[in-house]
Design a protein around this ligand. Structure first.
Ligand code: C5P
Length: 304
């Protein structure tokens, strides 16, 4: 029996969804699964900036995707786009619960550089899946699981809260408190292939992260102090492929960052700053020094 919902409850009614950039504040590679995927122990946060998805019911029977924003040309416009793949996956999950997910028209405003270690496509897919989950909470677990099949970073973006993430990215334990730390994101413009970075790893059995403080991090100073002895185990391999990553980290430190490091498999690097004034000045300095680079001033977010 099909439980077609009244129009007002349909998940494709007009909505404006945020797909925030994810930042791996620390990322330790602690093992490898039999299928070749790597086991991680990562502290993940989100930025206030990200892509946006404007959703409305489609005029016809088919899903429609319109791309907009500074990085629109850098992502596939067709069925390969992760947003359309997420929608198809969500429809499959919904149909197993005998629910209809009508055709949607989606305008994706692509503000994050793709293949850059900050979620991008994963955040877009996760925003769509989380929107459907909000419409029907009983589907939350299978939608999150469907997200994992789209990409290892999708479940953490689906949860959308700062978390310590385990497994290949599918298991998350929320962090109690994370400050809205002034942050600058910098990307030199070279896309990085995640499998290439993982393939180049010299070691795959690093120790896990140190324990997180029970009460979380009261301020950016406490966060920077905790991060100091941690690592991104993918950074050295990514720097071999794209040496400008190391330059970005050095420039952020020189511009006054309390802490700077690469996120994910790169090439985006982040700097954490004591206040918005310093982060604004650093963003200006870096944009001037590297006119072709993407530089964004933002803050860490704890909102989903
Ligand atoms: O899941 P996702 O599409 O993001 O992963 C891209 C590739 O990165 C995988 O096919 C795998 O080679 C590598 N990867 C990995 N371990 C992870 C995540 C990704 O080896 N935890």
């Amino acid at each position: 029996m099909s439980l077609a919902l009244p129009e007002a409850e349909a998940p494709v009614r007009a909505a404006d969804l945020a797909a925030r950039a994810k930042i791996n504040l620390a990322l330790h590679v602690v093992g490898r699964r039999a299928d070749g995927y790597h086991l991680l122990d990562s502290l993940v946060a989100f930025a206030e900036i990200g892509d946006r998805l404007a959703l409305e019911p489609a005029a016809g029977e088919a899903d429609e995707l319109e791309l907009d924003g500074p990085f629109a040309a850098a992502v596939p416009a067709g069925a390969d786009n992760l947003v359309l793949r997420a929608l198809a996956a969500a429809r499959e999950v919904a149909s197993q619960a005998h629910l209809d997910l009508p055709a949607a028209r989606i305008r994706l405003i692509k503000r994050l550089p793709p293949a850059s270690g900050i979620g991008g496509g994963s955040a877009d897919a996760a925003a769509l899946l989380a929107h459907v989950a909000a419409w029907h909470p009983a589907l939350r677990a299978p939608l999150r699981q469907a997200g994992l099949r789209l990409g290892a970073d999708v479940p953490m973006c689906f949860d959308g809260v700062p978390a310590r993430v385990f497994g290949i990215g599918e298991a998350g334990k929320p962090v109690a408190v994370l400050p809205a730390a002034p942050t600058v994101l910098v990307n030199c413009g070279t896309p990085v292939s995640t499998p290439d970075v993982f393939r180049r790893l010299a070691r795959r059995d690093h120790p896990p992260l140190p324990p997180l403080p029970v009460r979380g991090f009261p301020d950016v100073g406490a966060l920077a102090t905790w991060l100091a002895p941690t690592r991104n185990d993918l950074e050295a391999a990514a720097v071999e492929l794209v040496p400008a990553i190391a330059e970005g980290v050095a420039d952020l430190c020189e511009a006054g960052a309390l802490f700077a490091r690469m996120s994910g498999s790169g090439a985006t690097v982040f700097g954490l700053f004591a206040d918005d004034e310093t982060s604004a000045r650093a963003a200006r300095d870096l944009a001037e020094r590297h006119p072709g680079w993407w530089v964004a001033q933002t803050r860490l977010s704890s909102l989903s």
